[in-house]
Ligand binder design. Sequence first.
Ligand code: 5AD
Ligand code: SF4
Length: 472
Amino acid sequence: MTSDMEPKLLHILTMGCQMNVYDSQQMGRILAPMNYMPTSRADKANLIILNTCCIREKAEHKVYSWLGRLAQVKHRRPDVIIGVGGCVAQQEGYRILKRAPHVDMVFGTFAIGRLAELVRQVTEQKKRVVDVDETGTVEPSYIMPAKYEAGSATAFVTIMSGCDNFCTYCVVPYVRGREVSRKPEGILEEVGCLVANGIREVTLLGQNVNSYGLKNGHGLDFPALLDAVNRIKGLKRLRFTTSHPKDLSDRLIVAFGRLEKLAPHIHLPVQSGSDRILRRMNRGYTKDYYLARIEKLRKARPDIAITSDIIVGFPGEEEVDFEKTIGLVSSVRFDNLFTFKYSDRPSTPACRFFNKVPEEIKRERLARLLELQKEITLDKHRTMVGTTQEVLVEGSSKKRGDQMTGRTPCGKVVNLSNGAACVGQVVSVKIAEALFHSLLGDPIVFRNAVMSSSRQAQCGVKRRNAVCCTKW
Ligand code: 5AD
Ligand code: SF4
């Protein structure tokens, strides 16, 4: 029998959106008092958790292929505990235990707060457990550790869970339940604690942050919450996602021009440029309404970056509907676009709609849309060449370990061509090259601005020519 005090290793595989990333962090914090330390090595872990996503069919297929790989791990090391959490766990429940005999624990999106108890049941009572109860609280059930996971400059903070919008294609309301907002005090305390531990940028998360607080009556709505977070000393940048166009209020738009820490970027999913399809999707706005919101945002904050989501091949989408989407993308000129082929999701109304679009047409429309967006994104990136951008350094580049990487206020990824920079620094960077996914820039080295050796050691940097931060 293992005790809570024995040191053990925890490996979490996170799929899907930023909310899942936040949930995985929450799991780590909940299990830390049971002496589970994080590891990036699944082959060494005592407990492996697969935090799943089912927003699109492709994401769900990935879960089952991961479960196949984990069967081999269990075969080699029968003592390892395997848990499946998140949206697929919520949806599939006992079916996962049946289909995957190597899984010990299935816990849904409402059960994260009960994770420690579930792990105890598996380790101490040698039980296979399932918890897909739809009860639980949106408030995190851990005590924020005094020392936050070191080495990060940015963090997510979930401010609400669930969704009440019932877009006809979307599974979220069925797997994450109705919308519930966290209390503002807990959110402010969490952000304050993150900042005290070195976090410079916080992204507030919710399926529709615009309706934060409206149902629960906590006394603050979303623009007021932004005001309060903006006042937290030491925080450099504030972001949020996602905003539903139908609820994007004038007060929130004005906040972009008013709050100095609020980064000039909004993710505003439009989904389609055809009013007929928007109606069938139950989105609650028209193309013209969306365009008018964009105009207002750009008036309030001329440098604002706007990104969006689009689904191609929604049931009944004709060529003329798709052309309207192309027209909208050409006229808005988004900074970036996340494009998806429609996929049937169980329980959603759209999966029972007639006139499904054939796969090859979806593929062809997706390719046309991507081609157009590629041109627009590259065009926008090219206009940035020669400009100086304030880049918050987030870590080393995934592709090139010798380069540091960070983001501009607009959220564009910039890889730094030379010089060492610390995670958490804001560095002035001259943009030298525009690529589709990122920009390449040279940090501006000030005379005598070589970082002190003690500072380099503090940052874990051992390089000559270190670039000093321009400001914190
Ligand atoms: N099929 C394809 N894309 C979907 N999305 C949500 N549900 C589906 C679906 N059934 C996309 C939407 C949403 C993003 C997170 O995922 O564009 O904004
Ligand atoms: Fe899904 Fe629509 Fe809610 Fe977004 S707003 S989570 S697309 S139901």
